[in-house]
Write a protein that binds this ligand. Structure first.
Ligand SMILES: [Zn+2]
Length: 233
């Protein structure tokens, strides 16, 4: 007879202070981490219950993987993937790192939910090249109302100048003394547009992986912005 000893570490904080904590209804031993107080099992029947798989799914969401691709690769049901997407986006707070910025560039990107031509959702956002940071964004039509909602979020910051292309909605909202117009001033944000389209399958120009539900669409973009600013999730 041979005896194998398995050292169990907490999958969340990697602590070794782990104790047995009853048996689950499936007959599997349950463990408790004394450091972070989280419970876990040594092995799980369903892929979606494994803590490491959840981290992988969230990373795939911000690295251009469609929901069905993630389901196929990780074995987690697509409804679970969407639930995690919404939960994570809900828990994240995207806020500017600084109180003041020299130059902020604003631009708009078209996206769509469900039907390509009829249901366009314009994303207006502000980008600070000095910190490589997405500061704020707003969703809506390609009108001054959406620009105004974006500008309201920027009002509390000290910004020296706003750079945009010559779309008239910007001129109607932004203060003229701080407004610079021209493609030469928005080169950085044009590059970010490309990056956003490359990292998020939902807003790629020609794709079958589009959003069907508005909230999922907005939350997926929030995740992308957070990941761009902080390089982690
Ligand atoms: Zn722990």
């Amino acid at each position: 007879m041979c005896e194998i000893t398995i050292q169990i570490n907490c999958p969340y904080c990697h602590s070794m202070k782990v104790v047995k904590n009853g048996v689950k209804c499936t007959g599997k031993q349950n463990f408790l981490c004394r450091s972070c107080r989280k419970q876990f099992q040594h092995s799980y029947q369903k892929a979606g219950c494994r803590p490491a798989v959840k981290r992988l799914v969230l990373r795939l969401l911000v690295r251009n993987s469609g929901i069905r691709d993630i389901e196929e690769v990780t074995g987690v049901h697509r409804q679970t993937v969407l639930r995690w997407l919404n939960q994570k986006a809900h828990s994240l707070q995207v806020s500017p790192r600084q109180q003041g910025y020299g130059q902020v560039q604003l631009d708009e990107v078209w996206t769509f939910v469900k039907e390509r031509k009829k249901r366009k959702r314009w994303l207006f956002y502000a980008y600070a090249p000095e910190t490589d940071e997405g500061l704020a964004w707003s969703w809506g039509t390609r009108s001054r109302h959406t620009v105004r909602r974006l500008y309201r979020q920027l009002e509390q910051l000290e910004i020296d100048c706003f750079c945009t292309d010559d779309w008239p909605a910007f001129t109607k909202v932004l203060p003229p003394e701080k407004h610079l117009i021209g493609k030469a001033y928005t080169r950085n944000i044009e590059g970010v547009n490309l990056c956003l389209r490359t990292r998020n399958r939902r807003i790629a120009r020609k794709t079958a992986c589009f959003s069907k539900i508005e909230q999922n669409h907005y939350n997926a973009m929030k995740l992308i912005f957070y990941y761009r600013n902080h390089h982690t999730l």
